[in-house]
Design a protein around this ligand. Sequence first.
Ligand SMILES: [Zn+2]
Length: 210
Amino acid sequence: MIRESVHCPACGATSLKKNEEIRTEQLTFGPQFQFKEVMYECSSCGESGDFTGETDKNLEVAERHAQESALRNYIEGLSEMHITMAYIERVFELPARTLTRWKSGDFSRTSLAFLRIIVACPWMTEIAENRFDPDFANQVVIREAYKTFGAFVEAKLGSAVAVDVKHGDNSTVVTFSTQGMKSVPSDSEQPIFSVGESGSANTCLAVTGS
Ligand SMILES: [Zn+2]
């Protein structure tokens, strides 16, 4: 296809071959999106590229739509976890209705980065609610690590596993227990194992429960 209005940036020729192709990109922690790549090739000198900047513009528009969709999904996902927009604004000390504004399309890449962190680590809101107290933050991180490990144990056992983390002045005791396992008396919780301090020695008790 020959275009008269576009000039080759190298030699100024107007005899150009235009190639259009639909490209697919993946938004970080979001949907795929497509945009039209428009490339020109000069028939005189062979120079090729996005002479009009149309590709960049198409990419920008398509990426923005994907970001809008991702941002709405982040907020709705958090809402399903009972982490509301008002709560986020309060604990992170953001102006009222900030997230409403973002949700309606008025947001930056910083807004997206902020929400991605909260969606990936929802317990960050708890840390924020406690005004980023370092000791509290450490306790939350430990609890979340053991919850993740508990989920792994749960998958191995095929039975629900409760994880209890108790922080003392000098120790942290973590107990994993099953509830309602067939091989366990129904009136008690059977510890699978606990990690913590017993006297001066750290203990790691393993009870399979079956
Ligand atoms: Zn040229």
